[in-house]
Design a protein around this ligand. Structure first.
Ligand code: MRU
Length: 352
């Protein structure tokens, strides 16, 4: 069975505390927006789609308990709470786009006089609940399109070796995963020879989370540290790199976990195709280029410590950007639930 990072049924939201993985499997109860904000900010839940889904579900939990009978007040509270949730982490766009959609739904429900406060609440909560199934469905489509793109041109029984970075699997989404969904689809069709995952310093999403998922799913995999990518591409034939995205700008420039950019450069040097797998909810058509993406900087402690153990020399200063931007020119294709697009074609292909 695939890992479940988000457990939800009406009125009850639990998330797998990803800070404790892989050593401990412990779920935390989220009782509303404040809990949702903290879980996202502390990275107990992380990954662009999971951040959006958990944030919005935490609002659904809070709304269910709210007995306000005035639609205007409800609308106003919803907008304020969504803005607050968006502020928990700045780079991933999914939660911002979800907040915009939900705010416009709340506006419509509020304006429609035939809708009672109870119906407003019910329809609003249902819309949030729909995000879970939609994300899994999108990820499966990404898996299908991505695996076909990678296999194109290979012999019908040819096997592939994939490199991935960070964690983009069930833990980062509602299930199945984006880049890891592509890897999963290749494995399901018996075309995956091997996957290499980077450690992904400093938070170690690769070593702690992706490695955990790959072992759990019995997918043949090897962990490397981030500085081994060039050596890996030089000495072992890598068919393609597949990574996720936190925000893709209209020109295809892609913000993803720190280290992605250097992998893309190394891939170009070695003529290895470099794919970004991301749902349309990760594409920000309002930003012309990646220069406009706000990059989150995280606390020094993520670099200087492993758990509570200090590993860096005391007194050293740190720079800890959590993401970098890979220029579109290094990206072979962006794999979405609607198909695989060359970065420069996004603007024509993706509905705005
Ligand atoms: O800081 P994180 O762990 O939230 O960063 C996650 C990533 O960069 C992922 O690649 C991205 O969010 C896509 S997850 C499907």
């Amino acid at each position: 069975m695939s890992l479940e990072s988000i457990k939800y049924h009406r009125g009850n939201l639990q998330i797998l505390n990803q800070l404790l993985l892989p050593l401990e499997t412990r779920y935390i109860q989220l009782n509303g927006v404040e809990d949702g904000w903290k879980a996202i900010n502390k990275m107990q839940v992380r990954g662009a789609p999971a951040i959006a889904i958990v944030g919005c579900l935490s609002l659904a939990i809070e709304l269910l308990k709210d007995d306000t009978a005035d639609k205007k007040i409800m609308r106003q509270e919803i907008e304020g709470k969504l803005n607050y949730l968006v502020s928990a982490r700045p780079t991933a766009v999914n939660i911002k786009l979800a907040a915009e959609d939900l705010t416009s739904l709340a506006n419509d429900l509020c304006a429609d006089e035939s809708i009672s406060p109870n119906e407003f609440k019910e329809r609003f909560i249902q819309s949030i609940e729909g995000m879970l199934a939609k994300d899994i469905e999108d990820n499966k489509a990404i898996g299908k399109f991505g695996s076909l793109a990678i296999l194109k041109g290979l012999e019908s029984d040819g096997l592939v070796r994939i490199l991935t970075h960070c964690n983009t699997g069930s833990l980062a989404t509602a299930g199945y995963g984006t880049a890891l969904g592509v890897i999963r689809a290749l494995h399901e069709s018996s075309r995956l020879e091997h996957v290499y995952c980077t450690e992904t310093r400093p938070y170690n999403q690769g070593a702690r989370l992706t490695a955990y998922e790959l072992v759990h799913e019995k997918i043949p995999a090897t962990l490397i540290v981030d500085s081994m990518v060039s050596a890996l591409m030089h000495s072992r034939k890598i068919t393609a790199v597949v990574v996720g995205a936190d925000r893709v700008a209209a020109n295809g420039d892609t913000a993803n976990k720190i280290g992605t950019y250097q992998i893309a450069i190394v891939a170009k040097y070695h003529s290895v195709p470099f794919y970004v797998a991301a749902p349309l909810t990760s594409i920000d058509m309002s930003l012309k280029s990646g220069d406009m993406i706000k990059i989150e900087e995280r606390p020094d402690k993520e670099m200087t410590h492993i758990g509570e153990q200090r590993i860096a020399a005391p007194g050293i200063s740190c720079w800890n950007p959590s993401f970098d931007v890979t220029p579109a020119s290094l990206i072979t294709g962006i794999i979405t639930e609607k198909g695989v697009f060359a970065p420069e074609k996004l603007i024509e292909m993706v509905p705005t």
